[in-house]
Design a protein. Structure first.
Length: 302
């Protein structure tokens, strides 16, 4: 049986890692990794393959950095060509990104069964691109793996009872349990940044509605300044390339108490998360990780 594992972003790489390792141990399974390249800098994708010691993707579409309309079109066309050549028995996607939707649409067009890991999550906010991505993917997928009972109920309520809906849990738990001990041995980010455990805060923001809007990004930076001032602790901000570009374009100054650093490898960031006093983020994946690590988390969204 051949499986196409389609991914394109950091959270997808992390959450697919336990499944890729499991597939490696199954002699009856043949698989290949198709990377869309949605995250287009080395730090944001290749670093995670290196850190997790995962096999390199067989295909990399390198479509990152393009507008959504171009990305989705390029992805679907290229993925269809690869799937038509490889002829997998199933295409597996994870999450709610453009890569997920493109992979699902391409497989659906070729009548290849689709498995959607992390199915059924809903924000009930259709202004979010991710909400449309996951709804469409769920409704054309053949196998739906719901991470929570609420997600499972959402799928049933939407009339997907004829699909193979499974309450599977979330592989981010497996990933963290597998890697937290390794992170403590391999990573030394606290030493590099001269930080003590629970004596700093972590912030991230990368979502378009937060960082492409001048007023919102200004508000986030001002909010971080106020938090750093009131907590009297430094805020460590591993900054996404998109966010850094906008900070420069908007001529914003970095507030006192906020330290911008380059994107980190998985183990370094995991260690940084685990020892933080508080995490502030607009990342859904990071919210999940904070919950598992039992670190308080503030969500930077409306």
């Amino acid at each position: 049986m051949k499986i196409a594992i389609i991914l394109g972003t950091r959270p997808e790489i992390i959450k697919m890692a336990p499944l890729i390792r499991l597939a490696d141990k199954r002699p009856d399974l043949d698989y290949f990794i198709l990377h869309t390249g949605q995250h287009y800098s080395h730090e944001m994708d290749q670093q995670f393959f290196d850190d997790l010691e995962l096999p390199q993707p067989k295909y990399n579409l390198a479509v990152g950095g393009q507008p959504f309309r171009k990305q989705i079109g390029c992805m679907v066309k290229a993925i269809m060509q690869i799937l038509n050549q490889e002829k997998p028995a199933v295409a597996l996607v994870q999450g709610d990104t453009v890569s997920v939707l493109a992979g699902a649409l391409a497989a659906n067009k070729l009548r290849i069964p689709i498995g959607h890991h992390e199915a059924g999550l809903r924000s009930h906010d259709l202004t979010m691109l991710e909400e449309t991505n996951r709804i469409v993917t769920d409704h054309i997928a053949d196998y739906l793996f719901a991470p929570t009972s609420d997600a499972y109920k959402n799928l049933i309520d939407e009339g997907l009872t004829d699909k193979k809906v499974v309450l599977s849990g979330n592989t981010v738990v497996d990933a963290l349990n597998q890697h937290i001990k390794i992170a403590e041995k391999k990573a030394n980010i606290l030493k590099k940044l001269n930080l003590a455990s629970k004596e700093y805060l972590v912030a991230t923001a990368h979502r378009a509605e937060n960082v492409d809007n001048k007023k919102r990004l200004s508000g986030i930076l001002n909010g971080l300044y106020l938090v750093a001032r009131d907590f009297k602790l430094p805020i460590i901000y591993p900054v996404h390339p998109r966010t850094l570009k906008n900070i420069k374009n908007f001529n914003f100054k970095i507030p006192p108490g906020v330290k911008l650093i380059k994107p980190l490898g998985y183990f370094e960031f995991l260690q940084l998360e685990a020892h933080a006093k508080l995490i502030m983020t607009d990342s859904g994946g990071l919210q999940e990780e904070a919950c598992i690590l039992k670190v308080p988390c503030v969500t930077l969204r409306d």
